[in-house]
Ligand binder design. Structure first.
Ligand code: FAD
Ligand code: EPU
Length: 344
């Protein structure tokens, strides 16, 4: 039975490396342990007194503003199992606590295509459906078959189909209507043995050329993406960050045209709902790239990434984020929505 610890520092459990404490902390390695834990929280009156529960994966998409006066439960459910093979697709169930990139490497080793463009995204498999992780032209919704969950209030396991999760750009029911309702315990992926490569996004083709690769394999694509990412995104082990702090905003043609009148070089692409602007470009144009205020700052190579240069408080990073939002709104009339989960 997992122990519940008191007053635990979360500095090592969040990629911004913010020094805050959790009033209570525990972890679980199986659904059974999770059920026992939730029951024992009742027993010590933690859930009855409605102390909030926060499920933690790798802590790479969170900004803690203050000590967490509740129960942090770290998901450590491991295991990768091939469930079935049907023509050229394979269903694989992956424990929510498996490190995302380890799962990507497993797929590459086993010739399973579908997640190679999502190489090197930090965090766990269980967090991947929360914001529908995406990179280089692929989103995890493209390969998710089912999400296995535990409903905290009803104390029941359930299986959600892909369509139940209402996946969208950096969004799902887990981040909106059903926020904090479920613990994701495993995810079933539909992967492919015949590989359909996605090479059109950003610098992938250029990188493959630089690598002298003419007929790329899924491993080549993964290697190219690891190289591109490492060249511009800060490594959280060296400098605290949580990846893109804001979402790329989607605007109407009217707003895009107004921006184009002043800035011919505005970076955007057409999506179903309108025009998606590059938030990094907006923030850079507003003069924030590389700016540092105390220990909080904007990354010098990627303006969409806020960083902790050392001992920044969560509140200082949030204050910087608020200033960036206000300035981008003043200049372009565009609202930036936070992508990172801000935990007050
Ligand atoms: P955490 O930060 O621990 O949790 C994130 C949210 O999910 C929280 O609300 C938490 O409560 C909830 N949660 C976590 N696990 C569970 C679970 N099992 N059940 C229920 N709720 C849960 N994201 C992208 O989409 N694309 C990128 O290219 C990308 N690049 C990044 C680069 C860097 C350098 C960094 C630091 C982050 C990047 N991210 C990116 C963001 C981050 O990697 C993803 O959001 C990732 O899915 C977070 O995983 P995690 O396990 O660390 O989640
Ligand atoms: N740009 C600038 N200045 C900057 C940064 C970007 O002008 O400082 C412009 C460049 O023109 C560039 C364009 O913005 O071509 C897009 O930049 P990039 O390819 O780096 O991607 P992004 O839109 O900034 C998104 C995701 C990333 C994901 C990459 C690659 C969001 C919010 N972010 O970033 O995801 O890795 O595309 O697909 O959608 C994350 O979610 O945490 C994350 C890192």
């Amino acid at each position: 039975m997992p122990q519940i610890q008191k007053d635990i520092s979360l500095k090592a459990f969040n990629s911004f490396h913010i020094e805050v404490k959790a009033a209570f902390f525990s972890s679980f390695e199986s659904v059974n342990e999770l059920e026992l834990l939730i029951d024992s929280l009742d027993h010590v009156k933690l859930t009855e007194s409605s102390l909030p529960i926060l499920v933690l994966g790798g802590g790479s998409n969170m900004l803690f503003i203050s000590d967490f006066d509740g129960v942090v439960l770290q998901n450590k459910i491991r295991g990768i199992h091939m469930l079935s093979t049907e023509n050229d697709t394979v269903l694989v169930e992956v424990g929510a606590g498996v490190i995302w990139h380890d799962f990507v490497l497993y797929c590459i080793e086993n010739g399973l295509g579908g997640v190679e463009n999502l190489s090197l995204i930090p965090g766990t498999v269980g967090a991947s459906p929360i914001q529908n992780i995406g990179a280089y032209g692929v989103e995890v919704k493209d390969v998710i078959e089912e999400v296995h969950v535990y409903n905290i209030k009803e104390k029941k396991q359930n299986v959600l189909k892909n369509s139940d999760c209402k996946f969208a750009y950096r969004s799902s029911i887990f981040k909106t209507t059903d926020k904090n309702k479920f613990v994701i315990t495993s995810v079933v992926f539909r992967l492919s043995t015949t590989h359909e490569l996605h090479l059109d996004y950003g610098a992938i083709r250029d990188e493959l050329k630089r690598m002298h690769v003419e007929n790329p394999s899924i491993k080549n694509v993964s290697d190219a993406i690891v190289h591109i990412r490492s060249s511009k995104l800060p490594d959280p082990a060296k400098i605290g960050n949580a990846g893109s702090f804001f979402k790329n905003p989607v605007v109407s043609e009217k707003i895009l045209d107004a921006i184009k009148l002043k800035y011919e070089d505005v970076v955007f692409n057409k999506v179903d709902e309108g025009y998606k602007l590059a938030a990094g470009w907006l923030i850079e144009k507003a003069g924030w790239k590389g700016v540092r205020k105390g220990d909080s700052g904007v990354h010098e190579k990627q303006a969409l990434v806020l960083v902790n240069h050392g001992n920044a408080l969560g509140a200082e990073i949030l204050e910087l984020a608020n200033k960036i939002q206000a300035s981008v709104f003043d200049i372009f009339g565009v609202e930036l929505e936070t992508e990172v989960n801000v935990i007050q």
